[in-house]
Design a protein around this ligand. Structure first.
Ligand SMILES: Cc1ncc(COP(=O)(O)O)c(C=O)c1O
Length: 394
């Protein structure tokens, strides 16, 4: 969480005092209705659906695309496990592809991983860093694939002037506690496609047939679940949405200072960024020649009170630690397990299946940016990076 205060408290108080906490209020416009309109406008899409989490958003998006058993979905080797679990949740198989040095999905490897069963790709704008959407949309268009943007770590970021989530067929946001804006837990599905929106809407609310807007749904009702947002959290998100661009500006400013001060550093280069203007700025990256030098930098900085990390060490975002995937346990019950129910899919998961990703993750050092770090503290970080003695540690 970057910032939250009295405006969010007032918004929550207003909802509680109204006694109306449910997202559907008959003819009255709810906080969630308002949030959906405001979020759609912010992202620049026709439709936004508020849901309970980013994971729910990904699952609803895949339902929106009508994906299911027998389908393969390409996901990056570096992301939160939810990106890979969402295909399994709809009965499809996640296929892992490499990230490149930007630590986002490598378009060339996506092309290599396509099979006749591939239906979609999920580019993840990891750590606020935009994927190369031009190249990925090009692959998708040539090969007839749908694109689900996972913007969970990149709320409000953009690529070449378009907000992340509005470029693919459908986009997903997370508003959990660790995200750029937050309400504790929450998510959104964004799209310009009415059918994807209506299918996602149906899946997210098992009771949709009984809602006042049921007559606007043009597709036959199918069984859904419950990932409905509530009005307390939507009220918080409306305030957070108004804060979003200010937060992004502050993060980008700090990252820009770091990039300018540390460009041409040695023995590292600045991690490549696909669209520096649209990058959310949450994460400053340095790419080293060797994993040992990267590790030595982290250790050096730690001794001087500067927090840095190698993404390879954060564990849970690296595919080698996704046990349910690597061990092919795709569901709680064999009859519901896509790995057991898709015999035509001959997947060869292994911990060394994406070696380039592991190499880049081990040679990268991240420093998280902040929206309110004093200038002298930032200058000290720059100084510590510049003067770190890596030789003694390699
Ligand atoms: C890249 C990515 N995708 C999906 C998710 C899932 O979001 P949530 O935790 O809201 O379910 C996260 C959350 O950490 C994420 O970082």
């Amino acid at each position: 969480m970057y910032t939250m205060g009295s405006e969010e408290i007032d918004a929550v108080r207003r909802v509680i005092e109204s006694g109306m906490l449910f997202r559907y209020r008959g003819d009255e416009t709810s906080e969630t209705d308002y949030f959906e309109r405001e979020w759609a406008e912010k992202i620049g899409v026709a439709h936004a659906l508020a849901v309970t989490s980013g994971t729910a958003a990904l699952t609803c998006a895949l339902v929106g695309l009508n994906l299911g058993p027998g389908d393969e979905v390409i996901v990056p080797a570096y992301t939160w496990i939810a990106t890979a679990l969402a295909p399994l949740a709809v009965g499809a198989i996640p296929v892992l592809a490499e990230v490149d040095t930007s630590l986002t999905l490598d378009p060339a490897d996506v092309e290599r991983k396509i099979t006749p069963r591939t239906k979609a790709i999920i580019p993840v704008h990891m750590c606020g860093l935009p994927c190369n959407m031009t190249a990925l949309m090009d692959v998708a268009a040539r090969r007839g694939l749908r694109v689900v943007e996972d913007s969970c770590q990149a709320n409000g970021g953009s690529f070449q002037g378009r907000r992340l989530g509005s470029i693919g067929h459908v986009g997903c946001n997370s508003f959990n506690y660790f995200k750029i804006i937050t309400c504790g837990e929450g998510g959104a599905v964004v799209t310009n496609d009415m059918e994807i929106h209506q299918r996602a809407m149906m899946y997210h609310d098992a009771g949709i047939a009984f809602r006042p807007h049921a007559d606007q749904i043009q597709i036959p009702f199918f069984a859904g679940s419950n990932y409905r947002m509530n009005d307390i959290l939507s009220a918080i998100l409306r305030v957070q949405t108004r804060r979003l661009d200010g937060i992004l500006q502050a993060l980008r400013n700090e990252k820009q200072i770091l990039r300018e001060a540390l460009a041409g550093g040695s023995p590292f280069t600045l991690s490549p960024v696909n669209c520096p203007e649209g990058d959310c700025g949450t994460t400053f990256g340095m790419l080293f020649d060797s994993a040992d030098e990267a590790r030595a930098m982290v250790e050096n900085l730690a001794k001087r009170g500067v927090t840095a990390n190698r993404p390879i060490d954060t564990g849970r975002h690296v595919y080698t630690n996704w046990e349910p995937i690597i061990e092919r346990r795709g569901a709680h019950h064999p009859a519901r397990d896509p790995y057991q129910q898709s015999p035509g899919v001959a997947l060869n998961y292994a911990r060394d299946m994406c070696p380039k990703s592991l190499d880049y993750l081990a040679r990268t050092v991240f420093i998280a940016t902040s929206i309110n770090r004093p200038q002298d503290e930032l200058a000290r970080i720059v100084d510590e990076v510049k003067t770190a003695d890596l030789r003694r540690h390699t």
